[in-house]
Design a protein around this ligand. Structure first.
Ligand SMILES: [Zn+2]
Length: 532
């Protein structure tokens, strides 16, 4: 099977100019699921260029869309702005000139962190107001009949025979979500700002006539899509499943583009949903996911950018992603990431290697640095006597390079947050400062075991060798259950060091902790029964 991004590249004709577009409506905080599209688009763009295709990557900010978010309506001071273009609503804080710019800039900031680099960014407010879309608007209005018919046939949305697919900005109240336009005479349209046009906003009752050009009106969504395709010559545009289902917005736009513009719409894959903790995230209900730390701009502050990219790219876009920062999913994600880095070292053209490469912020990355497994970093952080950098150098058998250190630093920072916020109970442990109470319940066999393994610390620094030694002693003292080394053996080690029955890998624990401490502790624990 071909790698998905290569497969898409093979669908584009070589030798002609291509344009890949992505877009965002800046209507509020973007959840992490909102990064899947941009990261997939960026990976496709990189891949298309790699294939030698002439491709331009542009991003449009749909800031002329009306405010229609129910959750925003409940926020202080927002009710009066419902139905206005996002770019005419005040910013929530003075860092930005308006609401749309505030949210768009926050989103674009995450792009910079993640290495998503559109060549051009266009704001719809500028495109409308400059008259750049005037011809598109005129074309739409002259073909309103056809558009009404396609709305009815493809999407079963029926509009009355006077309806025009543009939203005029009301000259009195500034809303465009509330207006009904009709009667295009080739220069102006008539409109009414209705109280009951939509459920989420109330018009002011004004009616008038105005030119629909130069920013006085906005195309309805499907038509705006078509206008973008035509204006920029878009040939590739992927999109989320919510929009691209059969009979959905994209189908409708495709049909209209063929019928009115007489052109073939762009091709593009459909990406599946990304759920957090088993739940679909909706931009319109931020209260559901903001608590989870699942806002895009927050996530990129916590996770290294290559891990965020990897999360989106390791799964084929046509399959859904279930992301859950809690439990053991993060250590598993990092293990997979390392597996892909190893694949890159072995053969950069393998699929897993490509995923690693496309996950890097730099388009032409250096080979992966020396890495320490994430779960080991998390365990080391819980052992105050252990210096992760010294341990890493010891394992590498050489001083850490600058990139090795940077990688380890990033893992340490992430592991700290994971331990604090998301790690399950069993991932936490504390090396006890004194002999724990729990050792008094050890069996004679367990005590005999500890007496014997007390000789092992310091004999090797290799966890594999230590593990083999722990196994063979367990067999010798008869701590065997159905031919296998019994859990009781390791439980004795955890009891003596951690005061509980489970913990990180026992052999690793022994080679990581100071040998003296382990030796003394095992001897003390083995003698508990005898002291009584
Ligand atoms: Zn009005």
């Amino acid at each position: 099977m071909t790698f998905w991004a290569d497969e898409e590249a093979s669908l584009l004709a070589p030798g002609r100019d291509h344009v890949i577009r992505d877009s965002k409506t800046p209507s509020g905080t973007v959840p992490i699921s909102g990064l899947r599209g941009p990261i997939v688009t960026d990976a496709l763009y990189r891949t298309f260029r790699r294939h030698g295709l002439r491709i331009r990557y542009l991003f449009t900010i749909d800031d002329y869309d009306p405010m229609d978010s129910q959750s925003m309506r409940q926020r202080a001071g927002m009710a009066e702005h419902m139905g206005k273009p996002l770019c005419t609503i005040p910013s929530p804080d003075p860092s930005a000139s308006d609401f749309a710019r505030y949210h768009a800039e926050r989103f674009l900031e995450t792009f910079r962190t993640l290495g998503i680099r559109p060549e051009e960014i266009h704001w719809l407010r500028d495109l409308y107001r400059s008259g750049a879309l005037d011809d598109e608007i005129d074309l739409v209005l002259r073909n309103a009949d056809t558009i009404r018919r396609i709305y009815a046939e493809v999407a079963n949305v029926r509009k009355d025979e006077h309806w025009l697919p543009v939203a005029v900005v009301c000259e009195r109240c500034g809303r465009l979500g509330t207006t009904y336009a009709f009667d295009y005479d080739g220069t102006t349209v008539a409109y009414e700002c209705r109280e009951d046009q939509v459920a989420w906003a109330q018009g002011c009752g004004y009616s008038g006539r105005v030119s629909p050009l130069g920013g006085n009106a906005k195309l309805y969504w499907n038509l705006q899509w078509c206008a973008m395709w035509d204006h920029f010559g878009v040939t590739y545009e992927e999109g989320g499943k919510d929009l691209l289902t059969a009979g959905g917005s994209r189908d409708r736009a495709d049909e209209i583009f063929r019928a009115v513009w007489k052109k073939e719409p762009p091709i593009g894959l459909v990406h599946e949903f990304l759920n957090v903790g088993g739940r679909k995230m909706s931009t319109s209900r931020p209260e559901e996911w903001e608590k989870l730390g699942a806002a895009a701009h927050e996530l990129v502050r916590i996770y290294p950018p290559e891990i965020v990219r990897f999360l989106m790219l390791r799964t084929d876009p046509k399959r859904h992603i279930d992301f859950d920062p809690t439990g053991m999913s993060l250590p598993r994600l990092l293990d997979e990431y390392d597996r892909c880095a190893d694949a890159y070292l072995a053969d950069p053209s393998a699929d897993l290697a490509r995923i690693w490469e496309l996950s890097q912020v730099d388009e032409r990355p250096q080979p992966p640095p020396f890495r320490v497994r994430f779960s080991i970093v998390a365990d080391q952080l819980q052992m105050p006597s252990v210096d992760p950098f010294a341990k890493a150098a010891e394992r590498k058998g050489a001083a850490l390079a600058v990139r090795d250190r940077a990688d380890l630093e990033a893992r340490i920072a992430l592991a700290r947050i994971w331990l604090e916020r998301w790690a399950p109970e069993e991932a936490h442990f504390t090396v006890q400062k004194a002999l724990p109470e729990i050792v008094s319940s050890l069996t004679p066999a367990q005590r005999a075991y500890l007496a014997r393994v007390a000789d092992l610390p310091g004999t090797t620094s290799d966890p594999e060798q230590m593990r083999a030694a722990l196994y063979s002693v367990a067999r010798e003292v008869g701590l065997v259950d159905k031919e296998r080394v019994s859990r009781a053996a390791f439980a004795a080690i955890y009891a003596a060091l951690l005061g509980r029955e489970s913990g990180p890998q026992a052999a690793w624990l022994i080679v990581t902790l100071p040998s003296d401490l382990v030796r003394t502790r095992f001897r003390e624990a083995s003698m508990i029964g005898e002291a009584r």
